[in-house]
Design a protein around this ligand. Structure first.
Ligand code: ATP
Length: 363
């Protein structure tokens, strides 16, 4: 069974604590994405799993084996790097078969494995080329092919698509998803791209400063973020955040004194300092929303459009309320002039509330 278990896994570089005793169980066949801002420890965690980095404390298990002190080649994992790390002097076929050759497999076995991987990735016509004769996307496929031929228990991906342009990144994302569906292998995938994480992963692990902030399905981390940090990290454009104080009349008083009703679902004491979070999807000009407008705690305000960004099937509108800027999403767009006043709906039934001090979600 290709399960992966991290128990109090810890990494110190000299005096610097990069990964602070994290716990994570990855099920057999599960696709888990590690996300977080630069320096949060996601690559270090992946490199500890790969055996490329010593573990300072805790335990790492693959299946029922503790692998803390096992060299990378004995862990039965394959890693795909951002840089592809192909050997320039070898052909595609030689690159793909290299690890099997090192492992002492016979030529026939290697040939079969390479051809099978090439067929899956649709790179059969490229087998005799060298890396310099390939496009970025083709190189990435070869790097994946090299990982596949080893038939590993666990695939590790370290930002594999970040060197590709946006269009190719989208295509390769679909490719990786298809591959995972086909091979059913356990995957740990590091990315700083939350869209990649949302579209690919069964579960997302959000890291910050060497600790795990939240682990959840894409739906959970998007709709039920555990903290302000997770809420701002997941979702594009990011969630609007406004500092507020809860008043005696169960309202949220924003910075400039503007009041919005406190949604009934929240039980928060008067005087408490909070942060109101509302996704751009939940602020929209009347008649142009993503959600149905009936039966919600919709607050309606006439607000100015400061800026609009047409994106084809939708337009992002930037407006002002409570002394700050808010991003709104307008579906079925029409042209909007700068300074135009529109009736915006704020669907407060979908609002999030965070403690202003701790950043933790309030319910
Ligand atoms: P990025 O998205 O920028 O790659 P990351 O989340 O993958 O970031 P890591 O590479 O895991 O971050 O690094 C975590 C922290 O550990 C960073 O603050 C980094 O500077 C530090 N670090 C990484 N490698 C070393 C090292 N060899 N020696 C000292 N500090 C290191």
């Amino acid at each position: 069974m290709a399960t992966l278990t991290l128990s109090s896994l810890d990494k110190k570089y000299g005096g610097f604590h990069a990964v602070k005793g994290i716990d994570l169980d990855v099920a057999d066949g599960e696709f888990v994405a590690l996300v977080g801002p630069s320096g949060c420890g996601k690559s270090t965690t992946l490199r500890m799993i790969a055996g490329l980095e010593d573990i300072s404390g805790g335990q790492l298990r693959i299946g029922d084996r503790v692998v803390n002190d096992l060299p990378p080649r004995d862990r039965n994992i394959s890693m795909v790097f951002q840089s592809y790390a192909l050997f320039p002097h070898m052909t595609v076929a030689e690159n793909m078969g290299f690890s099997l050759k090192i492992a002492g497999r016979d030529a026939g076995t290697i040939d079969t494995a390479v051809k099978e991987a090439a067929r899956i990735l649709e790179i059969e016509p490229l087998l005799e080329r060298r890396p310099a004769q390939l496009s970025g996307g083709q190189r990435q496929r070869v790097a994946m092919g090299r990982a596949i031929v080893r038939d590993p228990d666990v695939f590790l991906f370290d930002e594999p698509l970040s060197n590709l342009d946006a269009k190719l990144r989208g295509q390769m994302r679909t490719e990786i998803k298809r591959l995972h569906a086909r091979l059913g292998s356990t995957v740990v995938y590091v990315t700083h791209d939350q869209i990649e994480a949302m579209t690919l992963a069964d579960r997302i692990v959000i890291m910050r400063g060497g600790v795990i902030e939240q682990v959840g399905t894409p739906d959970e981390v998007f709709n039920r973020p555990a903290s302000r940090f997770v809420a701002s990290f997941i979702g594009s454009p990011p969630m609007n955040m406004a500092e507020a104080v809860v008043t005696a009349g169960r309202a949220l008083r924003l910075e400039d004194g503007t009041e919005l009703p406190l949604p009934t679902a929240f039980h928060v004491a008067e005087g408490r300092r909070v942060v109101l979070g509302l996704r751009p999807d939940d602020i929209y000009p009347e008649g142009h929303g993503i959600h149905s407008e009936s039966g919600h705690a919709v607050e309606s305000r006439e607000l100015p459009v400061m800026l609009s960004e047409p994106l084809g099937n939708e337009t992002l509108l930037f407006t002002e309320l409570g002394g700050q800027s808010w991003t709104a999403r307008m579906l079925n767009p029409r042209s909007v002039k700068r300074g135009e006043l529109l009736r915006f709906h704020l669907d407060l039934s979908r609002a999030h509330l965070f403690d202003a001090e701790t950043g933790l979600t309030l319910r």
